[in-house]
Design a protein around this ligand. Structure first.
Ligand SMILES: *Cc1c(COP(=O)(O)O)cnc(C)c1O
Length: 483
């Protein structure tokens, strides 16, 4: 007989305290780590045993491998110098809630399989909807990522097409239906095309509309493209607009796009994965004008809402269409409460789902709505501070308007376009090698551009000033070498 199948309670407690101590120290000392891991490909896996352990090892032993092997291979998203991609950080209350979620190990496939999981999700998403000022026609569901939320939204849009009955008949081999067309801008996130790949719309079914000089979808060209496609025998069914694009955080003219969608009876999906949370700020309301006309909206609390990854919210006014697209209930999953409750398995491809709303609930209660406003306002202030530094410098230029706290800039080297691009790439490398800050890049109009994103929970003014100092130092060094 084995005495303890799981870790004994005393040992769990002892290890747990040590573990929390470890995490506490990690946060205190986080700035001593290089924000971008210095690992080279393959260097981490070769340090592990290539065969699984056949006998038990102590947690102490496991933790020592964490320190020795894992940590050097980590890029520290919670580091205040992490200003790459869309900086996403996790907070204390979110981390603790994740422990609770794992301890309970609830699976929310049905209301019955853990009533609190379903009902807390309903409560927190209703709160969140109010935080971002959306009307109460919007109903929400949590998925893991924005890519998956968007895939479900586009599946609902596809289900919404009258007379096609794709759920039953599929799309392949049919001559009785037209080819589907989905519209988005050149700056739309790649997840929209991935959804098209997944849903049988295909990359050819995605029409990318050109953007204006500040990277917003040209809605007149959208309208013309839809009309042209209808004339040529296609079936337009969905438009994806973005509030806060990935490269520049540009904002599509959602109000105008919504009007076109209404006229032409198309599903409007709004991708506000990163910037959506800032709808809590009245001073940014112009960016969100018209988004209440959307059929669906995606926002990621795991980006700028300090919730540990992963947690993405899909809001939709068309709950019943989403259900129509996905509900399929085998006998063994039928319950007496089906008529009276939400069974989240009816609204997506996954059956099992973890208790993600716990971390959203903890985080909202811990900071309070005002707490988010304060933090976003500080990020916007720091963004402006950095923007001014660039604007006042002869050596750098801004490539896109700063809408939130993401800045696209480039150093000037007085060379050909090609040379300048290469030098900016090298500059970015040198900056990231310092381990103090981590920035990323994009391409705008074919040119290499450096991006800095200020939205980490731990970022302070001194980190932004340090970033500016490092950027200048590395620039001077590169530029002097050339002269
Ligand atoms: C981050 C982001 C996504 C993808 O998010 P995941 O949750 O990683 O799938 C999609 N769209 C926009 C605008 C984003 O910023």
């Amino acid at each position: 007989m084995i005495e303890n199948l799981d870790m004994p309670a005393e040992e769990f407690q002892k290890n747990g305290f040590e573990f929390i101590e470890w995490v506490k120290n990690y946060f205190i000392e986080i700035e001593k780590y290089p924000v971008l891991s210095k690992s080279i490909p393959g260097s981490i896996k070769e340090q592990f045993s290539q065969t699984p352990p056949s006998v038990a090892e102590s947690l102490k032993n496991i933790l020592s491998e964490v320190d020795r092997i894992i940590i050097p291979g980590v890029t520290h998203w919670n580091h205040p110098g992490f200003m790459a991609y869309f900086s996403a950080s996790s907070s204390g209350p979110g981390i603790l809630a994740d422990i609770l979620s794992s301890a309970l190990n609830s699976n929310g496939m049905l209301w019955k399989t853990s009533p609190a999981l379903t009902e807390l999700e309903e409560v927190t998403l209703n709160w969140f909807r109010q935080i971002v000022n959306l009307p109460d026609e919007f109903w929400g569901i949590i998925y893991d990522t924005a890519s998956v939320s968007t895939m479900h939204a586009i599946a609902a849009a596809r289900e919404n097409i009258e007379g096609y009955d794709i759920r039953t008949k599929g799309m392949s081999g049919r001559t009785d239906i037209k080819k589907l067309r989905l519209y988005c801008s050149e700056h739309t996130h790649s997840s929209i095309e991935k959804a098209a790949i997944t849903l049988g719309i295909g990359l050819d079914g995605v029409r990318k509309i050109p953007t204006d000089n500040i990277f917003r979808m040209d809605y007149k060209k959208l309208e013309a493209a839809i009309d042209e496609d209808i004339k040529n025998g296609f079936k337009p069914f969905c438009v994806v607009a973005t509030i806060g694009t990935t490269s520049t955080t540009s904002v599509d003219p959602v109000k105008e796009i919504a009007k076109i969608c209404k006229e032409k009876n198309l599903w409007l999906h709004v991708d506000a994965a990163y910037a959506g949370v800032t709808a809590v700020l009245p001073e940014l309301s112009e960016f969100f004008e018209g988004w209440e006309h959307a059929d669906s909206i995606v926002i990621n609390p795991h980006k700028w809402f300090f919730v540990p990854i992963d947690l993405s919210i899909l809001f939709t006014k068309r709950k019943s269409i989403l259900k129509q697209a996905f509900s399929l209930v085998p006998e063994y999953l039928r319950t007496q409460e089906d008529k009276d409750v939400t069974n989240f398995m009816d609204y997506g491809i996954q059956l099992g789902r973890r208790f993600r709303s716990l971390k959203l609930w903890f985080v909202i209660k811990h900071f309070g709505v005002e707490g988010f406003r304060e933090r976003y306002r500080e990020h916007l202030r720091l963004g402006k501070l950095f923007l001014q530094k660039i604007e006042n410098s002869e050596n750098f230029e801004i490539l896109a308007p700063m809408n939130f706290s993401t800045i696209c800039f480039r150093a000037k080297f007085n060379g050909s376009e090609n040379e300048e691009d290469k030098l900016n790439e090298l500059l970015l490398d040198k900056i990231n090698q310092t381990g103090k800050i981590f920035l990323s890049h994009t391409k705008l109009n074919g040119r290499f551009v450096i991006r800095i994103v200020i939205s980490g929970l731990r970022v302070e003014e001194r980190h932004v000033l340090l970033a500016w100092e490092i950027i200048n130092q590395k620039y001077e060094k590169l530029n002097n070498k050339r002269v």
